[in-house]
Design a protein around this ligand. Sequence first.
Ligand code: FE2
Ligand code: FE2
Length: 375
Amino acid sequence: MSLLTAHTLAHATPRVASLGIATARPALLGSYCLVSRRSLSFFSASQQATAANQPRDPPPSLQLHQQRLQQAAAAAPHNAPGVQMPPELQHARVPQPIRDDFVTNGPMTTAQLEALEIYPNAHRVPTDFADKVALATVKLLRTPTDLFFKKKYVHRAVMLETVAAVPGMVGAMLRHLRSLRGLRHDGGWISHLLHEAENERMHLMTWMRVCKPSWFDRLLVFAVQGGFFNAFFLLYLCSARTAHRVVGYLEEEAIISYTAFLNEIDAGRIPNTPAPKIAIEYWNLDPTTATLRDVVLAVRADEALHRDTNHHFADRILTHNENLYQGLESADWKRVNHQLPVVNNQGKQVFDSTTKPSSAVSTGHKNTTQEALAS
Ligand SMILES: [Fe+2]
Ligand SMILES: [Fe+2]
């Protein structure tokens, strides 16, 4: 049975349940690993149907998670990672392929790149067993990488990016299939995940202009991709939340590696050569001054966004709040994505809805979004 078939069967479980095993307790399901959270919530809903709308306390792990989020929100700056929705996710209808900063502030100078708020030391403290497994897995993966590459940072970056470009594509594919199968809107994730995969691939294309991988490096990439793709695919089927948490922690490690790369350039141990043309065009860098150091700063800023996005996605799944269109109340977001009128507390319109909508924002998009909000 192919993995794809297994995934399809896993999501078909609720229909099987309706034929007579709807009262079975989720814990009795032997093939738990192939049953999604949505499938289990169906069983739970069946059991609760007789509970006369009794409010349910969230499980202890979720309570702890929410408590830590609240503590982090109280202690951290307003836009600290893991507390607020990353700004790029606020373009749920028309996502940007790269960080907003590179689109709106370009051409980026070295000073602007250094000023980007990326919180390079940010670390998401695990809140439950799944988070701890995710963190331990990433730490375990880092050890052989450190031993093999040591201070060959460009070669390490090539290997890292061949791996980093996989999760976005796997997540987007599975969520795309789920959306088709369930005849439901995805909640705005797929475009972001595809853009993340594309962004990571552009990192790889950039580093390929800086170094020439040996045949052994290429062989290693081949083997690692085969193993990692299948492992991540299985993990996403079993627990999408853990999969996104793994990516969040992988990105934390990527930021550490790119910071060490920067330190090597600053120490003069890696020559600060002119930036490759592909990087200047992609990140909107200053063509007269851009160097390898600027490229590392730009890539590291991308990784910080991936870190925040994937931790945020994991939180969304944990809190059963996967619709990105919910909770996006800023006038700017509505202006960009819906062209809907926004009113203040006195009922006065504060956004000019007569602005001509862009081609990407049609009536059809509005209807789709309204369906998503209603779902
Ligand atoms: Fe990357
Ligand atoms: Fe990344």
